[in-house]
Design a binder for this molecule. Structure first.
Ligand code: 9WN
Length: 458
C-alpha cells in the first residue's frame, strides 16, 4: 500500500521548535484530562464514550501518574470499586448521571443488577485486557509521597490479584494458562479483521431490531463497524448475559472463544508488575513470577507463528490459529523474557511493508498489505496511540532505541498535527474517530514526562 510522504511539521523543527511544540502538547493533554474528569474517573470521550471503560482507565492512569497522583489512584480505585465478587473487572462501569440513550449498549442491555456477583454500580459483564497492575505499578513509581504510594499499593493489590485469579481460574479454557476472550469487545481491538472468521459463526437472526446504535451520531459511518458486525456483537453479548455471565463450560455453550496475543501479553506483563507490587508490600511475589513465565511460554508455544514472523490469535472452536496479522501480534515485544530468537522476527515484521515502522509514521492496527486493511475503519487499519506506545516500550525493552525513537516521533507528530484523536489514518496521517480522546492525551503525557525525567536527571 503506497504511503504519502510525511508533510513537513515546522513546529517540530529544531530544538526550540521541538521544545515549544512539546510544551503545547503537554498543556493540551493536561487540559483534556481535566475536562474529561468525571469526579472519580476519566471518560474516554465526552461524546462517544461517556462512562468509565476498564483498559482506558489503566492507560489514563499512566498519564495522570506524573502530575496528578491522587487522581491516578482514584481512577483505579473507582474502577475496582465496581469489581464483581468473582474477580472480574467489567469493561464498562455506567454512570447513573448519564442519560440512558447516551450510549448503546447501556446498563439496561447488560442487566448486571440481575446477577448476584455484581457490584452496586451498573456495569457490563465482560472484561478488557488486564493492563491495570502495570498502571498501578507506574503510579507507585511516580509517587513523590512514598508512604501514600505504598498505602495505595497495599489497597489495590488484593483487587488486582483477584482479577488475575478470575482470568486464571475461569478463563483458561485452552488449558495452557492463556486467558480466552468471549467477545471481540474483550480484546480492546473490537473490529479487527482477526475476528471476522470466529464472529462469522455467530447467528444474529433479528439483526439490530429494537436497538439504536448511538455511536453513529458522533462519528462517520465509514470509521465505525458495519451493522452486520454490530448485530453479531449484540447477539454474542446477549447470549453470555442470558447465561448469567456463566463461565462454566464456555466451550460447550459460547460461540466465540479466542486466545488473543495482546490480551495475554498484557496479562503476563501485569503479572510481572504484580510480583513487584507483592515484594513492596510484603506479599509473596513467587506465584506471580511463576504465572508470568507460564504465560510467556504459552504465548510462544500456542500463538507464535514462524511463517508469519509474529503472534496470531487462536480460535478455540476451530482449534487453529487465525491467519490475520493484527498489531496485537507484535505486542509480546514488551515482555522482557521474550527470547531474542522471537524478538528478531517481530522487529523485522514491524519494519516490513506490512506494518512499516521504518517510514516514519505510526504502526497501523492491521497488515497494510492485506485485502481486509481499511485505513479509516476502526481497528481494521488505523493507527492507535496505545498500541504504538506498547510497541515503543517493547522496542526499548529489547535495545532497539533507534526504532523506538522513530515511533515516539511519529506519535508526537500525530498528536501535534491532528490533536488527541481516537485514531489516525496511517496513510495520510489525518485524525479519525472521536476528538479529545483520553488515552491519546494520557500516553502522550507519559512519553513527554519520561523525557523530562531523563533530562532533569542529566
Ligand atoms: C466498546 C472506549 C472503548 C475502548 C475500546 C474501543 C471502543 C467500545 C465501542 O471504545 O469500544 O467497548 O463502543 O466501540 O474499541 O478499545 O476501550 O474507548
Amino acid at each position: 500500500m503506497p504511503r504519502a510522504a510525511p508533510a513537513a511539521t515546522p513546529e517540530l523543527d529544531g530544538d526550540v521548535g521541538t521544545f515549544l511544540a512539546e510544551q503545547r502538547l503537554w498543556r493540551r493533554g493536561v487540559r483534556l484530562l481535566v475536562d474529561n474528569w468525571a469526579g472519580s474517573y476519566t471518560v474516554p470521550s465526552r461524546t462517544l464514550y461517556p462512562h468509565q471503560w476498564s483498559w482506558d482507565s489503566a492507560f489514563v492512569t499512566m498519564g495522570l501518574a506524573p502530575w496528578a497522583q491522587r487522581r491516578a489512584q482514584l481512577e483505579l480505585h473507582s474502577l475496582f470499586g465496581a469489581q464483581w465478587a468473582d474477580g472480574r473487572v467489567p469493561h464498562i462501569v455506567f454512570s447513573a448521571e448519564v442519560p440512558l440513550e447516551a450510549y448503546f449498549p447501556g446498563p439496561d442491555f447488560w442487566r448486571s443488577d440481575r446477577v448476584a456477583a455484581s457490584p452496586a454500580a451498573r456495569t457490563s459483564g465482560i472484561v478488557q485486557p488486564p493492563v491495570h497492575a502495570r498502571a498501578a505499578w507506574e503510579v507507585y513509581l511516580r509517587g513523590a509521597d512514598r508512604k501514600r504510594a505504598r498505602e495505595f499499593l497495599s489497597r489495590i493489590y488484593p483487587r488486582l490479584a483477584a482479577y488475575h485469579r478470575y482470568l486464571a481460574e475461569r478463563r483458561d479454557i485452552g488449558g495452557y494458562g492463556l486467558a480466552a476472550i468471549t467477545h471481540p469487545w474483550e480484546s480492546g481491538l473490537d473490529n479487527s479483521p482477526a475476528w471476522d472468521e470466529p464472529l462469522g459463526r455467530v447467528a444474529s437472526p433479528g439483526g439490530l431490531d429494537g436497538y439504536v446504535r448511538r455511536d453513529l451520531a458522533h462519528t462517520a459511518e465509514d470509521e465505525r463497524p458495519t451493522d452486520t458486525d454490530y448485530a453479531r456483537y449484540v447477539a454474542l453479548a446477549s447470549s453470555y448475559r442470558d447465561s448469567g455471565y456463566c463461565d462454566d463450560d464456555l466451550a460447550g455453550h459460547h460461540a466465540f472463544l479466542v486466545e488473543d496475543p495482546l490480551f495475554n501479553t498484557v496479562y503476563a506483563w501485569s503479572e510481572r508488575a504484580l510480583a513487584e507490587i507483592a515484594a513492596v508490600i510484603g506479599a509473596d511475589p513467587r506465584p506471580h513470577t511463576h504465572r508470568a513465565a507460564v504465560l510467556t511460554e504459552a504465548l510462544r508455544t500456542r500463538l507464535y507463528d514462524p511463517e508469519a514472523g509474529m503472534f496470531l490469535a487462536r480460535d478455540l472452536h476451530a482449534g487453529e490459529l487465525i491467519r490475520a496479522r493484527s498489531i496485537a501480534g507484535l505486542t509480546p515485544l514488551i515482555l522482557p523474557d521474550l527470547p531474542e530468537a522471537l524478538v528478531r522476527p517481530l522487529v523485522a515484521t514491524a519494519c516490513s511493508p506490512r506494518f512499516g515502522i521504518d517510514d516514519g509514521g505510526l504502526l497501523p492496527s492491521f497488515d497494510r498489505t492485506a485485502p481486509a486493511f481499511d485505513k479509516r475503519r476502526y481497528w481494521r487499519g488505523p493507527a492507535w496511540l496505545n498500541l504504538n506506545w506498547l510497541i515503543w516500550q517493547g522496542l526499548r525493552e529489547h535495545g532497539r532505541a533507534d526504532l523506538a525513537g522513530v515511533l515516539r516521533a511519529g506519535m508526537l507528530r500525530a498528536a501535534s498535527r491532528c490533536g488527541y484523536r481516537e485514531y489516525f489514518d496511517p496513510v495520510d496521517g489525518s485524525g479519525c474517530g472521536s476528538r479529545d480522546f483520553s488515552w491519546s492525551a494520557a500516553l502522550t503525557l507519559d512519553l513527554l514526562s519520561r523525557a523530562r525525567r531523563r533530562s532533569v536527571a542529566a
